[in-house]
Design a protein around this ligand. Structure first.
Ligand SMILES: Nc1ncnc2c1ncn2[C@@H]1O[C@H](COP(=O)(O)OP(=O)(O)O)[C@@H](O)[C@H]1O
Ligand SMILES: [Mg+2]
Length: 544
């Protein structure tokens, strides 16, 4: 099939940049889904020996482009050349034959089978090889990326990071010279991210080209040699990473200057950054929210969770969880998803009741309260899944009063005028791009989240439980949400922020607790919280 990359290869295009060959050239790639133009005339090159980052917000068109390069999807027009020759990538098999490998956002491993079996099974043309040869291939490929992996381990017993390595090994056993990694760090703890970066470097040192897809600026700056920024389906710029700054890349990504509150996005993170970040966003609060101080006693916890237990099928999903949140602080909760976060929010929302333990909001016991009683006690919540937090067919104004119907009822009916006035105020205050009568289902993710946020904050909750509040939002909308949370904190509310995004936690929280298997296994003041230390706790290692 493909031979190893050598500079002497006569088919190579020379591009003059340090004598690196151009491995792949994408020219004027277009792809639409109905009216939506996902790729709008994209030009991109990948050279041997480079990590080329493709940076863009959610929905920018990154995966679409990479799926085209891997033969999973056909472009409407445009050309692709590999080693200077035009190719028709009609299927992943054809792409693989041209030396292109891809690790997609969702893995395609067979859980009950071993690493070797997975490699053999899914390797086009390798199906006839025996297990011994397969094992040797796995070990050799693992050496190339500098990791150890047991070829006989069952894949479903491996960690997510290890499973990702298996996907990379699969690509390497096809002798790929181009490796596409689509948002590879989304599923990884920080330690695994570092290991991945080391592996990627070994591959490019050996002459491969890696396309690294991400919407995280800090990562892109950390790993890449060049960055192409994709915005609304177009490449807005391609720059050498060494010449680019984070604010500049952020601006290219969203098309306007950003506040830059995300501390962890800075390459040289220092203790001062957090203070600086806070200063920026707090000075900006005035334009978003009137920070009226809440009347809450400051000397005791506003949210007190004691020894909460909730039984699951085989074990307790909440296993004696203890946590207090004080007025005027944001407590971040880190953890890999599936360690009890979803159940904790359900319990705190009154949707499920714990089997043991107690929960108090401002000294009112809400352990067995209904959702309405929880809200009445002063606990606001912004749940993980905004689509289930709204009724899509109802209008914006109706959704905005759902949790507060009593206040807007006149006899058996809603007071339409009061509802409209309430909505108009909130739409203005939270800059929702919608009219009161629009159905919520027609809004973008960012505007829908603003509706959810407005509804929760309209009642001035003194405690707030917020789960994954910016997942899937673009940078601008995420920044808005962050500013609102900081405003609540400034007003004296206690905020529990549950997030899988460590950058978000590090930027906003005063202290960070880590949840593992339904328990808090560690707590760090944000000044001491590094991704590495948090990562160890998230992986279940107890603090030394
Ligand atoms: N198969 C599809 N059908 C319809 N729309 C799609 C499809 N795939 C992607 N899109 C849309 O194309 C746009 C770009 O998506 P995608 O390439 O996945 O973005 P990114 O990977 O940068 O987040 C989005 O608006 C997305 O909803
Ligand atoms: Mg994508």
């Amino acid at each position: 099939m493909t031979s190893p990359v050598t500079p002497a290869d006569s088919s190579a295009e020379q591009d003059g940049a340090g004598g690196q060959r151009t491995l792949v050239t994408l020219t004027d790639i277009r792809k639409s889904f109905g009216d939506l133009v996902a790729n709008d005339g994209v030009d991109l090159t990948l050279r041997s020996g480079e990590v080329h980052a493709l940076l863009g917000e959610n929905g920018a068109g990154k995966s679409t482009l990479m799926r085209i390069l891997y033969g999973l999807s056909r472009p409407d027009s445009g050309t692709i050349s590999v080693d200077g020759r035009p190719v028709q990538l009609t299927s992943p098999g054809v792409a693989i034959a041209h030396g292109i490998g891809m690790v997609t956002q969702h893995f395609s491993l067979v859980g009950p089978m071993t690493v070797t079996e997975n490699v053999l099974l899914t390797s086009a043309g390798l199906g006839l090889l025996d297990l011994r040869t397969g094992r040797r291939m796995v070990v050799e490929a693992a050496e190339r990326i500098g990791v150890r992996i047991d070829p006989d381990a069952r894949v479903d017993r491996l960690s997510v990071g290890e499973q990702q390595r298996v996907e990379i090994l699969k690509a390497l056993t096809h002798e790929c010279k181009v490796l596409i990694l689509d948002e590879p760090t989304a599923v990884l703890v920080p330690q695994d991210v570092e290991a991945l970066f080391r592996s990627v470097r070994r591959l490019t040192d050996a002459g491969m080209g890696v396309l690294f897809i991400s919407h995280k600026l800090g990562e892109v700056v950390g790993i890449s040699d060049r960055v192409s920024v994709l915005r609304r389906g177009r490449i807005v710029d391609t720059v050498a990473t060494a010449d680019a700054s984070i604010p500049q890349l952020a601006e290219l990504m969203v098309g306007r200057p950003t506040l830059g509150v995300r501390r962890a996005d800075r390459p040289n993170r220092g203790d001062d950054d957090l203070a600086a970040a806070r200063a920026v966003s707090e000075s900006d609060l005035g334009s978003y929210a009137d920070v009226e101080t809440l009347d809450v006693p400051r000397d005791r916890a506003i949210l007190e969770i004691r020894e909460v237990r909730l039984a699951g099928r085989s074990r307790d999903v909440l296993d004696g969880l203890d946590l207090s949140v004080h007025p005027g602080e944001i407590v971040g909760m880190a953890g890999i998803s599936g360690n009890g976060q979803t159940e904790l929010v359900q319990v705190l929302s009154g949707l499920r009741h714990p089997d043991a333990g107690t929960i108090e909001v401002n000294q009112t016991d809400i352990t067995r309260a209904s959702p309405a009683e929880v809200i009445a006690a002063g606990l606001g919540r912004i749940t993980e899944d905004r689509y289930s937090a709204v009724v899509p067919d109802l209008s914006v104004e109706q959704n905005l009063v759902l949790e507060d119907l009593g206040r807007f009822r006149r006899g058996p009916f809603l007071d339409k005028q009061a509802v409209r006035v309430h909505a108009t105020e909130l739409i203005e205050r939270y800059s929702v791009k919608a009219a009161p009568g629009d159905s919520v289902g027609s809004l973008s993710g960012g505007n829908m989240q603003k509706v959810v946020l407005a509804r929760a904050l309209a009642r001035d909750p003194m405690a707030l439980v917020v789960s994954q509040p910016t997942r899937g939002l673009d940078v601008g909308a995420a920044e808005f949400v962050h500013t609102q949370l900081l405003a609540r904190r400034a007003a004296g509310a206690g905020v529990l922020l549950i997030s899988e995004d460590l950058e978000e936690l590090l930027a906003l929280a005063d202290r960070i607790v880590v949840v593992y298997e339904g328990r808090i296994v560690g707590e760090l003041p944000v000044a001491d919280a590094t991704p590495e230390r948090l990562g160890l706790l998230m992986a279940g290692e107890t603090a030394a």
